[in-house]
Design a binder for this molecule. Structure first.
Ligand SMILES: *Cc1c(COP(=O)(O)O)cnc(C)c1O
Length: 448
């Protein structure tokens, strides 16, 4: 074994891993990255079609972003963000406020997605407390949601794999049964339905709306649930319900923001605005850990008063508004602002989806191929007709992952859902290659 890998195992406890699995599959020591590729210390090349946990937006070591962060490092690496500020943060917020859904204009920085979710939840609770609705103390979220790993974020999440064990220490969150377009209980089709499933939300609001401060949603795409996609109309209906019951709509665009769904923000597809939006992942192009929530003037104003009224939002993170991270975020906008990358990504999305349908749809274990923007998912099933799932204990997705790694493609399926969420700048030859390898591995593992 590689010396470094051995040392790694001596010291490091890796995220989201059963460390015993590393006995068989050693940690891969990556030395450098370029575009959609990563290279290990032996010179082996890996295609990163999952954007290193969905954050690498414009390829590894993008020359422009790298140049900007280097410049910033020589000028100012960090400064306390209470009472102090800096040009990169101001510039970033000014630019974002011009492209965000209408009404979102006040920015609060954190340093990871989960903490942006927690900060948004606290702000929503405090808003209602300070505007005469102290009975609003609870949160609503969709089943199978994912909003991060800290206790509050985990509470509004609902993926058993991450949540179940911790239930005794989580908050009591009201769950709305999420749309399930692949196995629609009403037998409808995603593209043409009228979102009858939103009636579940109507019932939940009637029962709990009065005691609820906010509803959290991953707009259009429940990522960790297995890249489950639902129609924009559902979001519109949630917006109406939130207005009716004075409940904040918190958009978790941590995964969907920055062009991942074909528009800059997923909420644009629905033509409505959330009250609070959380961003991270693509925000810095995958360079630096940074997140933020952005909200409305109305919410901001409910906190604005003399100090002794105690209305301030007393929430901070040491690295709030870090200048290096902000310089990356500005560099990302430099590259994306004129819309060329997004346009090319949309064209490539059509190409990508077509080749995936061509290669995978007829396979007896492929239940559905679905896509939004450049994100494509292939849901594997035991039985194509009944849509019966594979036995999760077989870890089919993980077997495919290991095979693909050997062949130099990083897939990392979510359970038995294989997906591609590549940098927006991926080239067609790379999509051809990644899908060929994925199909080869699928056939090797499921050769029935
Ligand atoms: C990744 C993710 C988070 C959590 O962000 P972290 O930076 O990993 O804490 C929250 N919500 C969604 C939708 C995500 O994809």
């Amino acid at each position: 074994m590689n010396d470094l890998a051995e040392k790694d195992l001596k010291y490091i406890w890796h995220p989201c891993s059963q460390m015993k699995d590393y006995e068989e599959l050693k940690p891969i020591v990556i030395e450098r990255g370029e575009g959609v590729y990563l290279y290990d210390t032996e010179g082996k090349r890996y295609m990163d079609v999952i954007s290193s946990w969905w954050c690498n937006l414009l390829g590894h070591c993008n020359p422009h972003i790298s140049a900007e962060i280097k410049k910033q490092a020589d000028k100012l690496e960090h400064v306390i963000f209470a009472n102090f500020t800096h040009e990169q943060a101001i510039k970033l917020c000014e630019r974002l406020s011009k492209i965000l859904p209408e009404g979102l204009c006040k920015f609060n920085f954190t340093d990871n997605g989960s903490s942006a979710i927690e900060a948004a939840m606290k702000v929503s609770f405090q808003y209602h407390e300070q505007t005469g609705n102290p009975q609003k103390t609870r949160f609503m979220a969709l089943t199978e949601a994912y909003h991060g790993e800290t206790i509050g974020a985990l509470s509004v999440g609902d993926c058993d794999l991450y949540t179940k064990l911790y239930k005794p220490i989580l908050m009591d969150v009201i769950k709305i049964e999420a749309p399930d377009c692949f196995r629609c209980p009403y037998g409808k089709k995603r593209d043409t339905c009228n979102c009858k499933c939103a009636e579940k939300a109507v019932k939940t609001f009637a029962k709990y709306g009065n005691e609820t401060c906010a509803l959290l949603v991953e707009p259009l795409l429940q990522g960790s649930a297995g890249m489950k996609i639902y129609p924009p109309l559902y979001l519109k209906k949630l917006r109406t319900l939130c207005d009716e019951y004075n409940v904040h709509l918190i958009a978790d665009e941590i995964a969907t923001g920055y062009g991942r769904t074909g528009k800059m923000f997923a909420f644009e597809h629905a033509g409505v605005s959330p009250d609070i939006m959380c961003l991270s992942k693509g925000l810095t192009g995958g360079y630096m850990p940074m997140a933020l929530f952005v909200t409305t003037q109305k919410i901001y104003d409910a906190f604005y008063d003399d100090y002794n009224t105690g209305k301030a939002f007393m929430h901070s993170h040491t690295y709030s508004g870090n200048p290096l991270a902000c310089s990356c975020a500005n560099a990302v906008l430099d590259l994306m602002e004129d819309g060329t990358i997004l346009k090319r990504a949309q064209e490539n999305a059509v190409y990508f989806n077509n080749i995936i349908k061509e290669k995978f749809l007829s396979h007896p274990n492929v239940g559905e191929v679905r896509h939004i923007g450049l994100i494509n998912a292939i849901e594997l099933v035991k039985n194509k007709e009944t849509k019966e799932s594979l036995d999760s204990k077989l870890r089919t997705g993980y077997q495919i992952y290991k095979k693909a790694l050997k062949k130099g493609v990083i897939l990392r399926p979510l359970g038995d859902v294989i997906y591609f969420n590549p940098p927006l700048t991926i080239e067609r030859k790379d999509m051809d290659y990644a899908t060929d390898i994925a199909l080869e591995c699928l056939n090797e593992i499921l050769s029935n």
